[in-house]
Design a protein around this ligand. Structure first.
Ligand SMILES: *[C@@H]1O[C@H](CO)[C@@H](O)[C@H](O)[C@H]1NC(C)=O
Ligand SMILES: *[C@@H]1O[C@H](CO)[C@@H](O)[C@H](O)[C@H]1NC(C)=O
Ligand SMILES: *[C@@H]1O[C@H](CO)[C@@H](O)[C@H](O)[C@H]1NC(C)=O
Length: 455
């Protein structure tokens, strides 16, 4: 709890200090994977998401009762997942009834459960019995929800990977794989159309780019790619992937079924051989993604629309197998501090700076005082403070790469740490925290993790 309180108070200070404009969060969600040994309890995570971020929906990879319950009385729309190993069980209607009664019904009065996702990437598992269970399982769930009059509130869907496509480039040639995939895609899309549910797809430009298409994958300025068949110009890879899915659906006559991005993201740390993995690229991808899918631009084949999208992932997950990048897709460290900032932290409500998390866990620490930057201080002025302090004999190694306060690697965070070091070392006078009127004194300990602020 103590560490949590410290982390939260640091965060609130960083929130105050960063002049982040909340993005229009309509339909921007986050995947809350829990394949880690060091995460905060779900209740703290839920409060953090609800009060300190602009996300308005989230996706769980299971339906763990304690985790779902943590989101009770928040505005967040929750998508729960039926794990792949229970999909076949759902073909038994009695099992479906029991599952909904046990996992969904107890929560419907206080929790905004908006979707039940049946499995994850079931079709590309190529497990014949699992794949053939998929649509009957979804139908049974829908039948149960209908019997409880919940079918309009809770939609049944099933995220698939781009592996269901045999062709995706150029986008207009997008096509589902022949044979078993096409066999299940038709009934799946019919079910989705009949129930008003979207086709959900996990789309990762990270797994599709090459050296010469990095900027294209990251939504950075680039020459664009023309689809020779349509003459349409693509400015980013995600649009190409979505339009390939759209083309494949259209080919089967289902272009009226909505598309939702069930997962997308970019890792911030990877093995040395992994291309394009670093914090700058992860930040650019996710930040540009949010801007793009909520801009209303749409894609060349689906113009003038927004997309509901779930960023993968909320946290770095230290128990995930595979290359190092797999454990580093998180926007946040397990202690809730940002790995990098994409503008989803809530800072201002009605034009006034607020620090909502502060009220969660107030830690008035008697006579202790710390010096931090004033809210909304110009980053250039804060950079001058950093240089000034480092020129005054204060140890600046903690904020440097490898130092305990290097993360978050931002000027406001580094300035906060160093301005306090200066204030403490030079006698804790009010004028030691003046910094040309850019500093302020606080009673809340900004320390977090192993980054300990002097007091
Ligand atoms: C699901 O079905 C499998 C195979 O029939 C069975 O072993 C398992 O116990 C079932 N799971 C639940 C939760 O009922
Ligand atoms: C395929 O799916 C079925 C039903 O979920 C499961 O019982 C079986 O273990 C799976 N087979 C493999 C090889 O994973
Ligand atoms: C999309 O918006 C643009 C600009 O408002 C408009 O010219 C165009 O006709 C719209 N396209 C569609 C398909 O609605």
């Amino acid at each position: 709890m103590a560490t949590m309180a410290a982390a939260i108070s640091t965060l609130s200070i960083l929130l105050m200090a960063w002049t982040i404009k909340a993005v229009d969060g309509a339909g921007i969600g986050i995947s809350y994977g829990r394949d880690a040994s060091n995460l905060r309890p779900p209740v703290q995570v839920a409060q953090f998401l609800a009060h300190s971020t602009t996300f308005d929906c989230l996706k769980l990879f299971d339906a763990d009762p304690a985790t779902v319950q943590a989101f009770a009385n928040t505005d967040l729309a929750v998508a729960v997942t039926m794990p792949n190993d229970l999909v076949a069980n759902l073909t038994d209607l009695r099992f479906a009834h029991k599952w909904v009664r046990t996992n969904i019904v107890p929560r419907v009065d206080d929790t905004n459960i908006a979707r039940i996702l049946v499995g994850n990437e079931v079709i590309s598992t190529a497990n014949r019995s699992l794949v053939s269970s998929l649509v009957p399982a979804m139908q049974n769930l829908h039948t149960v929800l209908t019997s409880l009059s919940l079918q309009h509130r809770i939609k049944v869907a099933s995220p698939q990977s781009l592996g269901v496509l045999s062709t995706s480039n150029p986008p207009s040639t997008g096509k589902f794989r022949e044979g078993r995939v096409a066999e299940v895609m038709r009934p799946l899309l019919s079910f989705l159309r009949a129930t008003g549910s979207p086709f959900m797809v996990n789309a990762y430009p990270f797994f599709g780019f090459a050296v010469d298409t990095l900027d294209y994958a990251l939504f950075r300025p680039n020459p664009g790619v023309e689809d020779q068949h349509t003459g349409l110009i693509y400015s980013n890879m995600l649009d190409g992937q979505l339009d390939a899915v759209f083309s494949a659906m259209k080919r089967l006559g289902f272009d009226d079924v909505d598309i939702v991005i069930a997962e997308t993201g970019w890792p911030s740390v990877g093995d040395p051989w992994e291309l394009g993995v670093n914090v700058d690229n992860a930040r650019d991808y996710n930040k540009n993604l949010v801007r793009h899918v909520s801009s209303g631009t749409g894609t060349p084949l689906m113009p003038n629309r927004t997309f509901e999208a779930y960023i993968f992932s909320l946290f770095d997950e230290n128990l995930k197998p595979g290359p190092l990048s797999q454990r580093n897709f998180g926007l946040f460290h397990p202690d809730l501090l940002p790995v990098y900032d994409i503008g989803v932290l809530r800072t201002e409500v009605g034009g006034q700076a607020t620090a909502p998390v502060q009220t969660l866990n107030p830690t008035p620490s008697d006579s202790k005082r710390w010096c931090i930057p004033k809210p909304n201080t110009d980053v250039l002025l804060l950079q001058q403070n950093v240089e000034y302090v480092c020129g005054q004999g204060i140890d600046c190694t903690p904020i440097q790469p490898g130092g305990v306060c290097n993360f978050p690697d931002t000027v406001p965070a580094h300035a906060a740490f160093l301005m306090n070091e200066y204030y403490q070392a030079f006698g804790r006078n009010a004028f030691d925290c003046d910094f040309g009127r850019t500093g302020m004194i606080t009673g809340i300990d900004p320390s977090y993790g192993s980054c300990v602020y002097s007091s």
